[in-house]
Design a protein around this ligand. Structure first.
Ligand code: NAG
Ligand code: NAG
Ligand code: NAG
Ligand code: NAG
Length: 470
């Protein structure tokens, strides 16, 4: 499917923002190309117009008709030979035209490709720390794709468009890696950067990526996109996704083989309080959790839940079917998982079954979104929280007014279970006190069969799936 719908949305938004200036009523890609030619003729020098057919509005640029290599998409490599000093890589359509082999790149070591998102660049602190963690862990080729020239703030809509170009060019990088004999390639994308691997995968002809990790993949403008225009399980042998700010900057919808909903996937603990942009903070936690997972002694362990609807109904209490999220995820696992974290670093809590609170824990129900009167599209997607006037989402003062409710204190309050009860299977019984009520809700639904399935790892793939009603 081609995304003419996406073009339409993009241009209609452009015309609503920029009034009757240039782009009113353009709804077809063919007209788009004509308009692009006119614009380049008007706004840029003849030399630049010959090189591409970009549309430029103010600081925002829509990459159109470009080729790869593209000077706006750069690659930098770090290895244990150059932990601090990045080497620039020139990547082109053949090995001869590229200088991969003259760098510290070693085809025998696994490669991690890190892709930043909107209004960001490769120096985003957690992405840099990820490099440190990986190189401390083992020998890796750490390669950054820097497409910041095509994804500056406030140009979210053009940045969405430019994910195609970033992906098309980064596919050349993957091709050169594979040609050199390097096939252990893992792409990690944050936010809008998590949509780039989709286009990398689409531009690879004879190679299927082994793994893509999406860290809170960006939602705005992707929610209605077809599978060809967003991250999905067809893009790699294994796609794992962490959701931390779903429905605001990230996506609620499942998009991997395995999707981890951190603390429910919408708000993150510790992201409330004075002077904190709750949305940006929750969004950025995806990178913080992943970063910690690389060498975490405890690990982020999630339990299976069969769908988000079950979760919203309070039907996903912790079970014994546990899976570690993050870098050490076991490839081949499928499903949706819920994970609780601590509210400050280190965030990992390990396996909930190992905690002294066993038997007390109740499922966390989604918290109401914090009240913030900010335009969701243009401001909440800002990775740095710059637009909220708070660069790193750090509180200026100690969070004394609104202490985070400790994660073990759930309602309903703790009810002592019988002394003979040493099974984690039993602890949710109070959640469903009204048997008749449950019957009304899902007449043919067998809760115990459902629980049995969860603990043995049989899970549906449908995020809003309803139990089958006969
Ligand atoms: C649209 O055109 C009208 C008439 O030329 C002009 O008065 C108006 O300011 C324009 N609107 C915008 C948003 O440029
Ligand atoms: C590769 O080529 C680019 C551009 O010509 C250059 O900046 C970079 O230093 C080269 N890298 C290596 C490792 O030779
Ligand atoms: C959560 O973090 C706080 C502060 O670092 C620590 O005191 C507490 O023990 C942690 N909780 C768990 C369950 O690890
Ligand atoms: C549990 O799994 C079995 C076998 O896959 C399936 O037939 C059954 O419907 C599942 N039960 C529920 C409640 O999902």
């Amino acid at each position: 499917m081609h995304s003419s719908a996406a073009y339409t949305l993009l241009l209609l938004t452009a015309s609503s923002v920029y009034g009757n200036k240039t782009f009113n009523f353009i709804t077809h890609p063919t007209q788009l190309v004509e308009a692009a030619t006119e614009t380049t003729a008007m706004n840029t020098t003849p030399a630049a117009a010959a090189a591409n057919r970009d549309i430029t509005i103010g600081p925002c640029k829509w990459a159109i008709g470009r080729r790869c290599p593209d000077a706006d998409i750069k690659y930098y490599i770090y290895t244990r030979h150059n932990i601090m000093d990045r080497q620039c890589l020139h990547i082109a359509e053949t090995m001869d035209k590229s200088n991969l082999t003259s760098s510290y790149f070693n085809p025998r070591h696994p490669t991690k490709i890190l892709i930043h998102g909107y209004n960001s660049d490769m120096f985003l602190s957690p992405l840099q720390q990820m490099r440190d963690e990986y190189l401390a862990k083992d020998d890796y080729n750490i390669i950054y794709v820097d497409w910041s020239v095509l994804s500056p703030g406030p140009c979210y809509i053009s940045a969405v468009h430019n994910t195609r170009q970033a992906g098309a060019c980064a596919a050349q990088l993957v091709e050169r890696l594979v040609e050199s004999g390097n096939t252990d390639i893992h792409i990690i994308g944050f936010s809008l950067g998590a949509q780039v691997p989709n286009y990398i995968a689409r531009n690879l002809n004879n190679f299927k990526l082994p793994r893509i990790t999406g860290l809170d993949p960006a939602m705005p403008l992707f929610i209605t996109a077809g599978l060809n225009d967003k991250l999905d399980p067809s893009d790699a042998d294994f796609v794992d996704v962490m959701h931390t700010n779903a429905m605001v900057q990230g996506k609620l919808e499942r998009c991997g083989h395995v999707d981890f909903y951190m603390n429910g996937g919408i708000n993150q603990p510790g992201c409330t309080g004075w002077m904190i942009n709750a949305f940006a903070c929750s969004h950025q936690r995806a990178t913080a959790y992943y970063l910690e997972s690389i060498r975490s002694p405890k690990g982020f362990w999630g339990w299976a839940c069969s769908s988000y609807l079950y979760y919203l109904l309070g039907m996903c209490p912790p079970t014994n079917f546990l899976l570690e999220a993050g870098d050490n995820v076991r490839a081949g696992t499928r499903g949706m998982f819920l994970i609780d974290t601590n509210d400050t670093s280190p965030y990992a809590l390990g396996k909930w079954t190992d905690l002294p609170t066993l038997g007390v824990k109740r499922p966390r129900l989604p918290q109401p979104l914090p009240l913030q009167s900010v335009d969701p599209l243009m401001q909440h997607i800002d990775q740095f929280g710059k637009l909220a006037g708070n660069f790193n989402n750090k509180p200026d003062t100690a969070q004394t007014s609104q202490p985070y409710e400790h994660w073990t204190s759930y309602s309903p309050p703790f009810i002592a279970e019988s002394a003979s009860d040493d099974s984690v299977e039993e602890q949710d019984s109070v959640e469903f006190a009204e048997a008749e009520h449950r019957e009304q809700l899902h007449p043919a639904f067998n809760w115990w069969s459902y629980r049995h399935n969860l603990t043995t790892g049989i899970i549906d793939n449908d995020i809003f799936g309803l139990p089958v009603v006969n």
